[in-house]
Design a protein around this ligand. Sequence first.
Ligand code: F6P
Length: 325
Amino acid sequence: MAIRRIGVLTSGSDGPGFNPCLCAVVRMAISLGVEVVGVRRGFTGLMNGEFISLSARSVGGIVHKGGTFLGTSPSVEFAGRRGQMEALRNLNEAEIDGLIVIGGDGTMRGAQQLHELGFPVVGIPGTIDNDVPGTDFSIGFDTALNTALDAIDRIKDTATSLQRAFLVEVMGRKSGNLALMAGLAGGAEMVCIPEQDFELDDVARTITDAYVKGKAHCIIVVAEGARFNATAIADYLQQRREEAGFTVRMTILGHVQRGGSPSAFDRLLATRLGAFAVERLVAGERGVMVGLVGNEIVATPLAEVIAHPKAIDVGMFHLAETLAK
Ligand code: F6P
């Protein structure tokens, strides 16, 4: 079946780069003679039929803006069969022949459900967590990493002036990818992530060792999904403050990591993935997610993408440990 009109939605958590991706989707589709309908508020909007017609002008002036101009909603709401049926009904009524979905692993699961119901779907990975298999980087990760890194650099300035240890908690849900890369790039003394087990005492020892070595600060980057989060570690260290050497402070970076103008890398990634996704959908490809592997843009079956969680690069973890001397 020829594709004459496609829909596009952003689902789950937003991230910097979603807007340039939407711009690329819309303009590539128009250049191929395909109409585009925007779905507001992700899968929730799909189930409610919240559609708007998009033109080249409706996506003008947005490439530098964070968030997603279409809005989004938690992808978990798409789980029920009833909701999926409503979505299909709305898509058919609006004469939409194919759908592009932008989001994280939950969104890719929703896309796979639609694919299994026979609707043409292509996914694009967008999440600051960078935990979606089938791509080296997801849209939003690079900007969030730079935001976290900027915060770590600033914290290091004040930590050094007052000779303090800081616990810096970074987002990432169940993944330690963002924390690991922020810790490595930020020269952290220790990185605590869900993928590598650690004891509270390991953190205490790292802080004491840094003090005894004569360091002027000690930065511990903690992934929010680690076995012990920054609050739990801070509580433990509070009880043993005599042994720490450094005074300990904690900063939870939170949602500042999700906002802001997308980096050049994220804009380029978003643009390449958005354009390629439309080309694949119009060419007849279905049930795949597009991603960047090496320097190639490739398509991977959604079934493969959602089969296993993405592993961290253990070599990077050991490198961070080795360099934290
Ligand atoms: O998936 C992106 C993310 O920012 C995670 O890193 C974080 O755990 C989660 O979303 C926060 O979700 P919410 O905005 O619903 O609190």
